[in-house]
Design a protein around this ligand. Structure first.
Ligand SMILES: O=c1ccn([C@@H]2O[C@H](COP(=O)(O)OP(=O)(O)O[C@H]3O[C@H](CO)[C@@H](O)[C@H](O)[C@H]3O)[C@@H](O)[C@H]2O)c(=O)[nH]1
Ligand SMILES: [Mn+2]
Length: 859
């Protein structure tokens, strides 16, 4: 596991003080190296008064304060705010000046650029205003323990239903998904109080059988994690670290033996996962050959000799992807009923688990029905199906969902989220607790800005100081009631009767909603008989949520490429708040696309979804009736930012003006104009520098963000805008293309995918901008050579200023230029040589053309 910490160190300006403590905790296999502590150097306690008051009244309602909040210290916050204000004035003066001097060689371009500048100013304000008061909130796990873990060994912790979604066993490798499941089963949370649901949108027997294997391996893995308190509890990541492995358990002498045994078992488990597909094929061939009768469809068979109701290896009617029955299988029943899985005897003999709890939480496989006649609403549809199944089975008060390419990295994560939900101040009003997304497959230099630190550690902390962070799709704990579209307590009606028109026709489900409303929790889990299984399959049928409020006012929202932002928006709009959970050790970890093409596809989906949201009834200007102003502003920013790219593209192409023989100026007086531009651009970066400080990120993180915005602005964002225009005209939504998690063959190089770029049409504008800028710089050099003796000082300085702009664009596009080089980019130094060569060649061509054609054409 390579963390970006090394890169962070290189990029940071003065070492450890800037390194995010969250980042540091991942160094060296998760050994928490104390840096500035979770609150960091620039943060001060913000809840002293509340803590004092709570202490004085002795927590009468029995609910202690379960998280701590911090605000940015005045010494940093005041200059930060002052600079934002100063820049606002600067920008207004600049506009005033431009309008007054409406003097340009190309008037249409001048008008366009003024519009562009106004848009830049406006979108900057949308982005900046909500950041005026960032708040960091850190869970107090010790207080939670004191409050919830009773001395008799029982617990007061609330129930949690954990959802994992997968869409394909090949595109989303089974091994990742099963690691995610194992990390959940091994979390530090009372086993009888949480359950894990895997949603399989492919309906593949392979995934079901893999889950059964996983349950068996868990009987070894989970006690091992508990006994030795290891982190992380996803075996693949755990074993990836070179020794010494992290453990804080009390039996160091046994640890060596145990981990050796477990590792061997894990390797066998992996081998079994790999063999599953073959096993199923052979078994099915055997059963199919026993069946007589020509033309009978070749079914896929389960181990117990029955036909698999889902998709078949050889697709046939009602058994192919997109068309199959709904399946719900309880792989592990509630631990109070015991499960009949046990360790292999010889393994058990080698391990001493006498003092360790061997129970494993409930584990359920869900594959909702698919039918070509219905829209399945992708991930949101899958999550809603899980929401209904879990309501019948465990009906936990809280839900937490993960993409299959993420896993729990800190076994305390579930407890951490609970801290916010049970806190006596905000708890009852908190609908969801979002965690930052972290990735462990990103190249050390984070070439394509995958870590997105500016967003996760800047923007989200800022929102945390308002109504709360937006929902980001994975690693987020919800209050079930909030997902059901119920108002927060202060606005809730007294009696709510769940209606079939809203929630669908399942009576047991409607009853479960009433129970959830009263927050009763049955201690006896339901008996799983045929009738119960049939009911669970009913609530995952393709037609079940049609004509109801599912996907609109209830559950995760449909008809949009980014269900996450809109779902969060809907909940915020009802007046709920959300919290951002910052932890010393990253709570969750996942996989990011490090291949440029994949990365850009992901960005098209996000930005396309944002625009779709703008043109829906969830538009932040009209929707969300209880949103505070700044939260609204921030949602507005999230929905309109892709538009900015159109103007950026225009500016990025403007260097072609170098090719015009005459001197043309977009704005006169030119020097003054450029100075103005430099000042307001520089101010953005000074503000950014202060943000880096409070967000605890590095210059590299910041810089990658800038670069990637430029690359996106010349490719993905304009594509999304184009999609949107087409969408508005034709009413066709953006296709949810599951982000590829498969890396291309080269197993020797973990980052091989970084060098594989697939050419897709959206890259054309970026290439044009790149070529135009290389050409422009070359021509500029050529012109300088030719006109050196002729140009006045003013002309020379104009040329220099113009060039500065070109070079700036080139620097921003640098990661893209590396991507174009493919494998050559393993030695980026080549580019540093190649580019000047390209400039010189263009310059030479220009000069020779000039000499050759001087008498014919006025160059
Ligand atoms: O029909 C579908 C399509 C997707 N998924 C699942 O959705 C998740 C997210 O898909 P992925 O392709 O990994 O998307 P990313 O680009 O990595 O996702 C980011 O952006 C999405 C919004 O576009 C959020 O939903 C995700 O949580 C967030 O991690 C995965 O678990 C998929 O299995 C389904 O279950 N059914
Ligand atoms: Mn993903």
């Amino acid at each position: 596991m390579v963390s970006s910490a090394s890169a962070a160190g290189e990029g940071g300006d003065n070492g450890s003080s800037l390194i995010d403590p969250l980042l540091v905790s991942r160094l060296g296999g998760g050994v928490a190296r104390k840096a500035a502590g979770a609150k960091g150097k620039y943060w001060a306690a913000a809840d002293k008064g509340e803590r004092r008051a709570a202490k004085e009244c002795g927590g009468e309602d029995g609910r202690p304060l379960l998280f701590r909040s911090y605000k940015v210290k005045g010494a940093l916050l005041h200059p930060y705010r002052a600079l934002i204000f100063a820049r606002l004035i600067g920008v207004l003066l600049f506009f005033g000046w431009r309008i007054k001097h409406n003097n340009s060689d190309i008037m249409w371009f001048w008008t366009l650029s003024v519009v562009g500048d106004v848009w830049f100013g406006f979108s900057w304000l949308l982005n900046q205003l909500p950041k005026f008061n960032p708040i960091k909130t850190i869970p107090d796990l010790a207080a939670l323990k004191q409050h919830c873990d009773l001395s008799d060994g029982s617990s007061r912790l609330p129930g949690i239903d954990v959802f994992v979604t997968t869409a394909d066993p090949i595109d989303e490798p089974i091994l990742y998904t099963m690691n995610c499941v194992l990390s959940i089963l091994a979390a530090d949370y009372p086993v009888d109080r949480y359950a894990c649901y895997l949603s399989d949108d492919s309906g593949a027997l392979m995934l079901y059988e893999a889950l059964v294997e996983t349950a068996k391996f868990a009987t070894l893995w989970v006690p091992f994690c508990r006994k030795h308190c290891i982190e992380p509890r996803a075996p693949e990541s755990y074993f990836e670290f070179e020794a010494p492995l992290l453990h804080t358990g009390r039996a160091p002498e046994e640890f060596k033996n145990d981990s050796r045994v477990v590792r061997l078992e894990y390797d066998e488990f992996k081998a079994r996962l790999e063999a599953i597909s073959d096993t199923i094929r052979k078994r099915s061939d055997a059963y199919n050959s026993m069946r007589t009768g020509e033309g009978a469809p070749r079914a896929t068979w389960m181990a117990n000799g029955t036909q698999w109701p889902g998709t078949w290896i050889e697709p046939s009617e009602n058994h192919r992807k997109g068309h199959h029955a709904g399946i719900v299988k309880v792989v592990l029943d509630h631990p109070s009923r015991g499960h009949n899985l046990s360790l292999k005897d010889n393994t058990r003999n080698n391990l001493n688990f006498h003092a360790t709890d061997l129970h494993i939480p409930t584990l359920v496989y869900v594959s909702r029905e698919k039918n070509p006649g219905y829209d399945h609403n992708k991930k949101a549809g899958a999550l809603n199906a899980q929401l209904r199944v879990s309501a019948l089975l465990s009906n936990a008060q809280f839900i937490i969902n993960f993409d299959c390419d993420h896993y729990i990295n800190s076994s305390q994560a579930l407890r951490a989220a609970t801290c916010f939900m049970l806190d006596s101040r905000e708890g009852d009003h908190t609908a969801f607790v979002q965690f930052p997304q972290r990735f462990d497959n990103v190249d050390p230099k984070d070439r394509y800005g995958n870590h997105n630190r500016v967003f996760f550690d800047g923007t989200m902390l800022a929102l945390n100081g308002l109504q709360g962070p937006s929902y980001l799709g994975t690693g987020c704990m919800f209050r079930r009631l909030a997902l059901y579209g119920i108002d927060p307590p202060q606005w809730r009606q007294d009696s709510i009767i769940p209606k079939a028109s809203k929630f669908g026709s399942s009576i047991p489900f409607l009853e479960s909603v009433s129970i959830a409303l009263n927050q009763e929790r049955s201690t006896t889990p339901p008996l799983i008989n045929d009738a119960f299984l049939a009911e669970m399959e009913k609530v995952v049928s393709a037609s079940h949520d049609k004509g109801t409020d599912w996907g609109k006012g209830v559950g995760y929202i449909y008809d949009i490429a980014t269900e996450d932002i809109v779902t969060g928006f809907r909940i915020h709009g009802q007046g709920w708040r959300s919290m951002y959970c910052t932890m010393e050790r990253d709570a969750f970890c996942g996989i990011a696309p490090i291949n440029l093409t994949e990365r850009l596809h992901q960005i098209v989906r996000w930005s396309g979804g944002s625009l779709e949201m703008f043109f829906s009834h969830n538009n932040p200007l009209i929707g969300g009736r209880r949103l505070p102003v700044l939260q609204r502003v921030s949602y507005l920013n999230m929905t309109v930012y892709p538009v900015t790219s159109l103007f950026i593209l225009l500016y990025a192409l403007s260097p072609v003006m170098w090719l015009i023989p005459d001197e043309v100026y977009i704005q006169r007086p030119f020097t003054r104009y450029v100075v103005y531009l430099i000042v307001i651009i520089l101010m953005i970066h000074i503000i950014g520098w202060l943000e880096i400080k409070w967000a605890g990120i590095t210059w590299l993180d910041y810089w990658r963000n800038e670069q990637f915005f430029m690359i996106g602005s010349t490719s993905a964002y304009p594509t999304a805008v184009l999609h949107m225009v087409v969408n508005l005209l034709t009413k066709k939504g953006i296709h949810f293309r599951v982000t590829s998690k498969q890396t291309t063959a080269d197993t020797n190089d973990k980052f091989a995918d970084l060098y594989e770029m697939r050419w897709v049409p959206m890259l054309i504008p970026t290439v044009i901008v790149l070529v135009a800028n290389i050409g422009a710089i070359g021509v500029a050099i050529g012109k300088t050579v030719v006109y050196m003796g002729v140009w006045t000082t003013a002309q020379k300085s104009h040329a220099a200023l113009g060039l500065l702009f070109n070079v700036w664009i080139m620097v921003l596009l640098y990661p893209f230029a590396l991507a174009v080089m493919g494998r050559w980019a393993k030695r980026p130094i080549i580019l540093v040589v190649l580019l000047p060569v390209a400039f010189v060649i263009v310059a030479l061509v220009y000069v020779s053309m000039h000499i050759l054609l001087a008498n014919i054409l006025p160059f």
